[in-house]
Write a protein that binds this ligand. Sequence first.
Ligand code: FE
Length: 285
Amino acid sequence: MTPRTLRQLVQTHAVSEGAGVTVHRSIGTPALKNLDPFLMLDHFGSDDPEEYIAGFPDHPHRGFVTFTYMLEGHMEHRDSMGNRGDLLPGGAQWMKAASGVIHSEMPRQTQGRMAGFQLWINLPAAEKMSDPAYQEFSPAAVPEVEEPGRKVRVLAGEYAGRRGVIQDPHTGALYLDVTLGPEQGFSQALPASHNAFVYVFEGSAATGGRDLPRHSLAVLGPGDGVEVIAGPAGARFILVAGQPLGEPVVQYGPFVMNTRQEIEQAFADYQAGRLVRARAAMTGS
Ligand code: FE
């Protein structure tokens, strides 16, 4: 295995989203506009209800997938496909907005901590105007691999022969939540063609002798695997990888298409109430 090394460290930017929720964005900032096929990564985490209580009322998406992983708290999802979902700690949601979804993501708590990640995954041109789809999985449905000094939750892709619950067929995305004890190591094979990143959110870790500071996005360079070693207090991080699409990205707010005309069409469709074309059934458990 040729382990990947750290290529770029991206600091997060505090951004106000939805009706005034503070999120910490890494992919989708001036330092890293996107990491094909990933368009955006927001880490949200707050003990202060003022920072999350307003939630994300009805808003549109077109042209990509949103992947939400809850760490703490309780959010309720409702969408134009007719889905109502409860996002609970450890649960995950994959929403293929494709041709158009209008949804809301609202807190079901008025106190305590709310934390998680939202990742936007691009869709290939041929899929952008396809029917929406939705997968939601309860915390208990997510496979967990317990090894000495290590716990790995397999959200998407495969680890130690366990398959994740979420399939992202267009990018073959891997999405692992890894907890390591003090000084413990972790390694994983990664297809050489995939773009990959690590985001440490508890403790500290290093890869190839370089520190991976907490709350920074570490973009990995070329290679066919990754090795991470936890610091003296252990570490918890997400490891995400996916096949780049290699297509033009034209993004305007919640619409991500391949050309400017398609973005203008998305606005026109939204304003005329034509954004939502299809409802789709939910899969999950
Ligand atoms: Fe949304």
